[in-house]
Ligand binder design. Sequence first.
Ligand SMILES: Cc1ncc(COP(=O)(O)O)c(C=O)c1O
Length: 370
Amino acid sequence: MQWKVKFFDYPLQFNAHEEEYIEIIRGVLSRGAFILGEDLEKFEGKFAEFVGSKFAVGVSCCTDAMLLSLYAAGVGPGDEVISVSHTFVATIEVIKFLGAKTVFVDIADDHNMDVDLVESAITPRTKAIIPVHLNGRICSKMDKLAALAEKYNLAVIEDAAQALGATYRGKDAGTFGLSGCFSFYPAKLLGTFGDAGAVVTDDEAFAEKVRMLRNHGRGKGTDINLWGLNCRMDNLHAAILDFKLPGLGDRIKRRREIAASYHNGLSGIKELRLPPPPVEDDGHYDVFQNYEIEAERRDELMSYLRENGVEVVVQWGGKGVHQFKALGLDGFNLPRTEFFFKKALLLPLYPELGDEQVLYVVQKIREFYG
Ligand SMILES: Cc1ncc(COP(=O)(O)O)c(C=O)c1O
């Protein structure tokens, strides 16, 4: 299919700075410094500063960022972790692999964790909470969640894979709890040419533990201080991310511009429910990792758009994590999550998208609903 509007366009990102990327890669290769080097430390320092955290630890992906965070927070067999089913399976698989149990709460109007449901889900076995900031918007009521965590002595590990640069009441995604976990997967707000991730925290001892865990339990020398894994971020990725980080603010602005165009173009179609527009008077600075609408006759709309060259996507195949039978997580009553997945559709949104392409998408949606 020759798309008129692709869902994501990786070559466009590379082509825009081809010479610089080749130079960066040449630099790392010619120095022969691939693992745990200067490039990684430099990026970690700048990344921590960008997010507003004291420490950042570069790891292999956001999944590992969450795995190591939960482990470092002491989560293990028999513990419970509260999270949402409206997320990528990564958030939940790490809980499973530590031998702990996921307790799901349903989503609120903003499609993120309904914080008002959390207190009644806490039991004596609860050890941690993972709120997920989906589509670039921080889960509302994070201040209430932080207060609950303090009251019950629980660790908050934020899944901020989709929310780098987002703020809520002036505070950055990833800075509300014990740790924030980020993804640099290619399609993410700050993407590299492969997999990478980071943990941010203000807790020095926790940062040091995650740093050792990502490197086979080693500290500075060759001594093994604890059981660990290999979850390091390569210097190649660190150097690329370091180059891209200063441009992130502008790329987020462009995302917000596109979101505003979608909002203006699609407002008034009664069969659609749109995400909140990019205003700031509601306390949110939304970075629009995705533009996810809820649509009546969603599957028909999807076919119509795809036939007309617009590559739209249903996130995660249209299922909450608890709905994947093979995972054995059924038995939860999450009506809002399940209802949302029946209607949700992602429209293309990335900084390289042209205004005329956005208008084309709007025009085709308007045409569909007549
Ligand atoms: C909400 C969410 N959490 C976690 C992840 C996992 O990130 P990674 O691929 O870097 O492990 C993703 C990636 O798609 C995600 O969207």
